[in-house]
Design a protein around this ligand. Sequence first.
Ligand SMILES: C[S@@+](CC[C@H](N)C(=O)[O-])C[C@H]1O[C@@H](n2cnc3c(N)ncnc32)[C@H](O)[C@@H]1O
Length: 279
Amino acid sequence: MSASQVAGTFNSTSNEFDSVTPAVWGPAGQTLSFALDLRAGESVLDVCAGTGASALPAAMAVGPSGTVHAIDLAEDLLTVARAKATASALRNVEFVCADATEWEAPSTIDGGYDALSCSYGIFFLPNMEVSFTRLVAMVRPGGRVGVTVWRKGAIETFGAAFFDVVARYAPEVAHSGPRSKEGYASHPIRRVETAESLSAWLQARGCESVRVRELSNHVPTTDVFAWNFVLGSGFRGALSAFDDKARESIRREFLELLATRGIDSVDASTLVATGIRAS
Ligand SMILES: C[S@@+](CC[C@H](N)C(=O)[O-])C[C@H]1O[C@@H](n2cnc3c(N)ncnc32)[C@H](O)[C@@H]1O
């Protein structure tokens, strides 16, 4: 997806995206922030920040003397994030609408960020190896780097049901999401979806002492959650070709198919990886 397609897709999710935070984005963001072992006064770069699932806990962890720069392409999600920061009286986090592949650390970040975090974001970056290596280079030597990604198999039965219904309406819809049939094997997520491959990937980006933990997360598939998860995530991109009437039919058939297949929970299990930027 191009930067403008990413921004368009995620801006359109803004009504539903944050409703999924308590069950999905939030637990991973909290875990990532904790795993980064952030201390008072530190500086953090959080890329692909969304509504702040990892940036807000990071801001709490580094405290008023610390700084978090939270970057995302989707201004509508950042508006939600800023409101949440205000509600939590967090003045040390700046949500900036920018492309992570072009972000430059401001001169106030002397010697590099103390930590870099990216929750469910690396696989959206064009040429994710080049893009993330560049971001790691903005961390001071000895600083920490952390990412979360879907664990191999996560959201797979859910995604398969969704794309099976979409295909009834438009088999030709080209969608490059991680669980779509089209491009499944070649999607960048395939390179980082196991503990071993993610660890090797981070080492190749300039990190050492890499540790990968698995966050188990199984969310009950209520109708409300299931459809909000479609509308509030990258799955939504597959609906852009349809009008409201077709979307409503897809919603109904998708919920019926989940029930028929006995999919009563969504496996949202996630790998949480951290490493140290090598000197
Ligand atoms: C699945 S969401 C995750 C958001 C957040 N980290 C969370 O866990 O709730 C992925 C986010 O990455 C953002 N994104 C994708 N490519 C980006 C880029 N090149 N620069 C900045 N943000 C990007 C999208 O706009 C979207 O908000």
